[in-house]
Design a protein around this ligand. Structure first.
Ligand code: SAM
Length: 368
């Protein structure tokens, strides 16, 4: 079967996430079309839970037609049963991406619903959270020449609820749960993996890895962060069915091998210490000093990670870029550092939080 994956912001990151997710589970796939905001993929198996487990996909539509000629599209759509429900009043929406076929589909659907004696109301501008709540609503995706019917929608409200309801969160510090999921999937962590976050903070990445079915270990050298992580993970255990458990270490990421067995870890994803909170833009001199300090810390942590991570497994590591007063952007040469410690750099993504001054690079590395 073929599916249209509609991607959120950072589409390149979201595409890499989907690939890693499928590769980790050994699900064969072929990319049929690759656009700015969507991807068409042929998959051998499909489970609806994929939409919950991915952080960067907004919705998934089952492909109905990829024809280019209007008469062929019409012919193909006629073969499909578009509405299987029993109500005689429904609503439907159409998402159009890189296409002008949506007006054709709109006309086709009007006739189709009329023919079925259905009162169908075309709703425009329907958000994913509205869609995930309307069980009976039909949603179509038109991407280039592909037309699909939506079969799975991410529920941003559920993520927001989890984000706000957990007991200990410092919203100035934590990573978004959406990005946490993306990092975990990039690391190829899956059910039963032993997952490590060596700078776990209050445990955002750990909690999403637990929800994916991983066994997790978290490390932080700040006792308050460990206390918060414990509160959050206990809350998670009370509120979600979890298969595996967690271990937290109040310790230093530069000393991992003292308490994490050698070659025991299947996947690592972390947003490490990125330097002190930036109140004003640094000068070039200040940025260089910061970069030197971080290079020193990351080198020691990479040395430890290269010992605890199994061969061939992935490390996802975020590093900062600093904009300086002089108008330059400085960043550390993390790839060289990683190579020196036995990691092969595979991909790198630039990432800017909408609400943060700090720019980030997300590194995808594999232990050689
Ligand atoms: C950017 S925060 C991680 C936030 C986390 N991703 C979250 O969403 O909660 C970095 C964390 O690294 C911790 N840290 C700094 N230096 C450390 C070290 N040498 N070893 C372990 N943890 C360290 C800090 O206490 C802080 O909690």
């Amino acid at each position: 079967m073929k599916y249209i994956f509609v991607l959120g912001r950072d589409p390149e990151l979201s595409k890499a996430e989907i690939e890693s997710y499928l590769e980790a589970r050994k699900i064969p796939f072929t990319t049929i079309d690759n656009g700015k905001e969507a991807l068409v993929i042929e998959l051998s198996t499909f489970e609806k839970k994929i939409i919950k487990e991915l952080g960067g996909t907004i919705k998934i539509a089952e492909l109905l037609s990829s024809e280019r000629r209007l008469d062929r599209i019409e012919y193909t759509l006629k073969e499909k049963e578009l509405y299987k429900g029993s109500k005689n009043k429904i609503t439907y929406s159409i998402t159009a991406l890189e296409t002008d076929l949506d007006s054709f589909l709109e006309d086709y659907l009007k006739d189709y619903f009329k023919g079925m004696h259905l009162k169908a109301l075309h709703k425009k501008e329907v958000s994913p959270s509205q869609l995930s709540q309307r069980k009976d609503a039909l949603d179509f995706v038109v991407f280039r020449s592909h037309i699909g019917i939506t079969i799975a929608v991410s529920n941003p409200k559920e993520l927001k609820r989890r984000d706000l309801e957990r007991p200990a969160v410092d919203h100035m510090k934590v990573i978004s749960l959406r990005l946490a999921k993306i990092l975990i999937n990039l690391s190829e962590a899956k059910e039963n993996s032993l997952f490590l976050d060596p700078f776990c903070g209050s445990g955002s990445i750990l909690q999403e890895a637990l929800l994916l079915g991983c066994k997790v270990r978290g490390v932080d050298k700040d006792p308050e962060s460990i206390r918060q992580a414990k509160l959050n993970l206990e809350w998670l255990k009370q509120n979600y069915p979890l298969k595996e458990d967690y271990t937290l270490h109040y310790s230093d990421a530069r000393k991992l091998t003292l308490y994490v067995p050698i070659k025991s870890i299947d996947a690592v994803a972390t947003e490490p210490y990125l330097g002190p909170f930036i109140r004003k833009i640094p000068s070039i001199f200040e940025a260089i000093t910061l970069i030197e300090d971080l290079t020193n810390l990351y080198a020691q942590v990479l040395n430890q990670l290269s010992q605890v991570l199994k061969k061939g497994k992935k490390l996802i590591f975020i590093t900062p870029r600093f904009k300086t007063k002089e108008g330059k952007t400085l960043f550390l040469n993390f790839e060289v550092l990683a190579k020196e410690h036995g990691f092969d750099p595979e991909k790198k993504f630039f990432y800017a939080y909408p609400e943060s001054k700090l720019l980030r690079d997300i590194h995808v590395l594999r232990k050689n």
